[in-house]
Ligand binder design. Structure first.
Ligand code: COA
Length: 334
């Protein structure tokens, strides 16, 4: 596509999400591992999470259904997409990508398609990349998805990891728009790979660091150093939100929603309090869905969008951190 001389914007035309019907409550978990509802609620804010029936659901089906919901909300067909990006670390296969299968299922052939691996930042990274690709003139209409079947990589004998994660997908349709005022006003993406071993999914023993060799968690499952991740996240989260707001001149009064990756209620609340953000501007659904990695921010966006809480006048912020270690933000005006 040729670059246009006229400036243009990027419209979020519709959003969608998908969560499996099966609920895994804290009481259910306490039958699997030595834990209890009170401990989990106090330390994380999570009461229940959704988990796939792996015989018929997973990252692909949730990605497909969330993108279909977003297309329906936008009044569009799959054939109108020219790229699909799926943020995920739980793809059923490394080849083909989840995105390619989603494209075929929704009639989006021959749209380009690829998966993006940035752990819990998957959706925010994908949104940032998609808007930049539209701004480059290369693509016009992009389906962005974050989809994660965490239950397929969680070891349900490990009480530190199993209590946190759930399954979900969220999606948005981005389209080039003649109005240059709308779209992404500011974005950041960062990573510090020196911290990779605090959150990782090893496939081979060779990849496991010396200090973790005795871990009882089987290969192919998520391993986490909760304390290290917490320490990193609690500072990084605040810094990233603060940066996004100051660079765009937003204040706690003028900003719309601040959509945080749902990692732990204590991490979100600590950032919210330090930044003086009112609680009604920081959406929380971790109590019902847990941490769904790349699914989390897209799910929040869809729930807020459908509730009419994303306002035209007030830019909203999306922010995430996760394995890598990675972090990302995006400030959007609709
Ligand atoms: N149920 C009951 N007790 C538990 C437990 C559980 N599920 N998990 C750990 N404990 C116990 C520990 O064994 C420890 O007992 P001890 O004091 O007798 O040794 C005690 O509770 C405190 O454990 P600790 O690991 O210090 O808890 P914590 O306050 O750090 O909370 C996490 C643990 C995992 C909830 C917290 O570290 C966290 O949320 N980290 C960030 C994780 C995250 O966000 N990951 C995703 C990033 S995208």
């Amino acid at each position: 596509m040729k670059r246009s001389a006229e400036p243009f914007g990027v419209r979020i035309c519709g959003t969608g999400s998908c969560v499996p019907a099966r609920v895994l409550s804290n009481d259910d978990l306490s039958k699997l591992v030595d834990t209890n509802d009170e401990w989990i609620v106090q330390r994380t804010g999570i009461r229940e999470r959704r988990v796939c029936d792996l015989s018929r659901e997973g990252t692909f089906t949730m990605a497909r259904d969330s993108l279909k919901n977003a297309l329906d909300a936008a009044g569009m067909k799959g054939s109108e997409l020219d790229l699909i990006i799926v943020g995920t670390v739980t793809a059923e296969m490394t080849c083909p990508s989840v995105a390619a299968r989603v494209g075929a299922a929704l009639g989006a052939v021959p749209a380009a398609a690829f998966d993006l691996s940035a752990a819990c930042c998957g959706f925010v990274y994908s949104m940032n990349l998609a808007q930049a690709l539209i701004q480059s003139g290369q693509f016009r209409t992009i389906g962005v998805v974050g989809s994660e079947c965490m239950s397929s990589i969680v070891d349900y004998t490990d009480r530190t990891v199993s209590i946190l994660f759930g399954d979900a997908a969220g999606a948005a349709i981005l389209k080039r728009d003649p109005d240059p005022r709308i779209g992404c006003l500011y974005s950041t993406m960062g990573a510090d790979g020196s911290g990779w071993s605090s959150l990782y999914i090893p496939r081979r023993e060779q990849e496991v660091p010396e200090c973790d060799r005795d871990s009882p968690i089987a290969l192919g499952h998520l391993r986490m150093n909760g304390k290290e991740v917490f320490r990193f996240a609690v500072t990084k989260f605040r810094e990233v939100i603060e940066d996004a707001m100051s660079k765009t001149g937003l204040t706690p009064e003028s900003v719309g929603q601040v959509i945080c990756h749902q990692s732990n209620i204590r991490i979100i609340e600590s950032a919210r309090e330090k930044l003086g953000l009112p609680s009604e501007k920081v959406f929380i659904n971790i109590d019902r869905f847990g941490n769904s990695s790349a699914g989390s921010v897209g799910l929040c966006l869809d729930q807020l969008w459908r509730a009419g809480k994303i306002e035209k006048e007030r830019p909203f912020v999306m922010v995430a951190f996760g394995g890598g270690l990675t972090w990302a933000s995006g400030v959007w005006r609709i």
